[in-house]
Design a protein around this ligand. Structure first.
Ligand code: HEC
Length: 323
């Protein structure tokens, strides 16, 4: 090759290559426009430094204090369930699974049920009506709203069932997952249970320092025929201890009661032992002995007639009375 031609080729080559230099703001002629450099302002498309945002990124961090919706489990201070991701990822068509697996992650209290009522009134009652009977104003126009009150076929629907319905909707009812975070849905579930006429299990007792008021400690239970406390009794007893510590002037009586099965004298003895066992538990937790009396009444003060198994179970109980 002649020397002249060689220089010529070098020059041409140079021009060809430099014209191919990448300039994101001037894509020039491209075979597939916008395939390489997106025109849109996308969070992850970082062509040049963003002049306003920190670190020059288009994507900004969420503002301080914002809570990711799917993990917002702070409403009740509850933190030991797996957010929303695995636990709540039950497919829409798997109602049976939801009924079995989904249980409320926190126990009901009056305040929680009251919150549930507010949310229900806002989001559900326009269709389902204040009482849950399906007679809300919208239901006049939007036919087929289910009766979810005690008089309807859904009175036995459990917590998982209702939670699942709120999350995914059902038939003509749309999902409410974007309006209510998981904790709020559970609150609505508790309120719906009261409309269904279901008793709220594990409802914490709210003790009040009112003279003469009696509280039944429903979950303080003993091993059959003995005064050994069941482990599950702790929660309610600890709530009572907390109340007594917060209200140092309150004095009260722990009373033990049985049903009318078996020998009345033995029942009296057993109820007395049980009341004293509860008293011992309180004393061990630092409640002064003179603040709490303990007494057994046997079957002398039934709450309801001893006529069915369920009623008898109601009569076997520990009560706390404010003196
Ligand atoms: C726009 C009206 C509307 C709103 C708002 C609405 N629902 Fe419904 N809901 C319906 C209709 C309609 C049905 C009957 C669905 C079907 O079977 O087609 C229904 C059914 C139900 C059922 C029964 C599901 C089943 O298993 O059959 C439950 C429980 C329920 N709704 C709860 C709620 C709760 C809780 C809210 C508030 C978060 C709510 N709904 C809000 C219209 C509504």
């Amino acid at each position: 090759m002649k020397k002249q031609n060689f220089i010529w080729a070098l020059l041409m080559g140079g021009i060809t290559f430099t014209s191919c230099e990448r300039d994101p703001n001037n894509p020039g002629t491209e075979f597939a426009p916008q395939m390489y450099v997106s025109k849109a302002y996308e969070p992850y498309t970082q062509v040049e430094k963003n002049k306003i945002n920190p670190m020059g990124l288009n994507m900004r961090e969420p503002a301080k204090g914002t809570v990711a919706r799917r993990f917002s489990n702070n409403a009740t201070g509850h933190s030991d369930y797996a957010g929303d991701l695995m636990y709540y990822n039950i497919p829409k068509d798997s109602m049976e699974m939801a009924e079995k697996l989904l249980t409320p992650p926190f126990d009901p209290t009056d305040a929680i049920v009251e919150d549930g009522k507010v949310l229900y009134t806002r989001y559900c009652s326009p269709c389902h009506g204040e009482k849950g009977d399906g007679k809300g104003k919208v239901a006049d126009m939007y036919k087929g709203v289910a009766n979810i009150s005690a008089s309807g076929a859904l009175k036995n629907a459990n917590s998982g069932h209702i939670f699942h319905t709120i999350t995914h909707g059902k038939g003509r009812m749309w999902s409410h997952a974007s309006q209510l975070n998981p904790d709020e849905r559970w609150k609505v579930v508790y309120y719906v249970h009261t409309l269904q006429g279901q008793e709220l299990k594990n409802k914490a007792i709210e003790f009040k320092a009112e003279k003469g008021k009696t509280f039944t400690l429903k979950n303080v239970l003993f091993k059959s025929g003995s005064n050994d406390l069941e482990e599950s009794s702790r929660k309610e007893l600890d709530a009572l201890i907390k109340f007594l510590k917060e209200n140092p002037d309150v004095k009260g009586e722990i009373s033990g009661h049985t049903d009318n099965e078996g020998d009345a004298k033995k029942n009296l003895e057993l109820s007395d032992k049980r009341a004293n066992m509860v008293d011992t538990y309180l004393q061990k937790a630092g409640i002064a002995q003179e603040r709490v009396l303990a007494k057994g009444y046997g079957d002398a003060m039934p709450k309801v007639a001893n006529d069915t198994k369920e009623n008898k179970a109601q009569n076997r109980r520990i009560e706390f009375k404010i003196l």
